[in-house]
Design a protein around this ligand. Structure first.
Ligand code: B12
Length: 222
């Protein structure tokens, strides 16, 4: 491997990716994604420390008023296109095992899909069967799919403080139907905290894809 285990060179590579995202340089972001695959790098680290870092910096710039909505949107698109290259590679490692079934979605009213897709892919890569329903999905549809697929885990993403309540709605619907104990409900997204998880009576939350895999394995005793 060209990068070897040289941490400094790796950190520089992640910084280059992060800068390509912040500079809204699509060509460079895509080129670096392809290079990460050729160099056989740890793709999850590339995603989290490179692309994830860049898109969060864009969020901060937007909040501070230095970036406007078109830039936020372009950043999201470039991130998504880079993920389209990296995620299929990441997914490959988990084929032919089934540790459990997960239904995952971003809740209704919320179109943020990037983090949820990364979590779903990481779970697939680690041997779970994942049904990713996409973004802006009604709570009822998420619950009905979990019943239909006989899922073990329901994962619900929310990135907006206004849509977080939809995560609680999932638990409420399961309670109403008398099937709460059949599923582990996990939640995530930038605004989600431990105290919100407790308030929702969800089974857990995770702030990264790696943590999400650990959480699901722990909940299912795998
Ligand atoms: C990219 C982006 C967009 C893109 C989304 C593109 C896409 N296809 O997803 C676009 C441009 C479309 C967008 C739109 C909007 N956005 Co926006 N967006 C962001 C931004 C910059 C990055 C989000 C992201 O992709 N992060 C990278 C991923 C890898 O991280 P992540 O999502 O947090 O996911 C990780 C963890 O949270 C966890 N996780 C995530 N989901 C799950 C689920 C489970 C089950 C588990 C266990 C774990 C887990 O693991 C993931 C992997 O590490 C954030 C800023 C931020 N700091 O989050 C703002 C942000 C979320 N957006 C914001 C806003 C306000 C909006 C808009 C309302 C703007 C507008 N006026 O139109 C709209 C929303 C419209 C809607 N109805 O949804 C605000 C939200 C404020 C708030 N507190 O409510 C933020 C925080 C920006 C800011 N600083 O103000 N946005």
């Amino acid at each position: 491997m060209f990068f070897g285990d040289n941490k400094l060179v790796q950190e520089q590579f992640y910084k280059e990716i992060s800068d390509a995202i912040v500079n809204l340089d699509k060509e460079r972001a895509i080129e670096l994604a392809k290079r990460a695959i050729i160099e056989n790098m740890n793709l999850l680290e590339v995603i989290e420390k490179g692309y994830g870092d860049g898109i969060r910096r864009i969020g901060d710039l937007w909040e501070e008023g230095d970036f406007f909505l078109p830039e936020l949107m372009l950043g999201g698109t470039i991130m998504q296109e880079s993920m389209d290259i990296l995620l299929p590679e990441l997914k490959r490692s988990g084929e032919n095992i089934n540790l459990g079934t997960v239904v995952i979605a971003t809740i209704e009213g919320d179109i943020h899909s990037i983090g949820k897709t990364i979590v779903g892919t990481m779970l697939s890569a680690n041997g779970f069967e994942v049904y990713d329903l996409g973004a802006d999905v009604p709570a009822e549809k998420i619950v009905n799919t979990a019943i239909e697929k006989n899922a073990d885990v329901i994962g619900v993403s929310a990135l907006l403080t206004t849509t977080m309540f939809g995560q609680k709605k999932i638990v409420d619907i399961l309670e109403e139907k008398g099937i709460r104990s059949k599923f582990k409900v996990i939640i995530g997204g930038a605004p989600v905290t431990k105290s919100w998880t407790e308030e929702c009576q969800a089974d857990g939350f995770a702030s990264s894809a790696v943590e999400a895999v650990k959480l699901v394995k722990k909940l299912l005793n795998k």
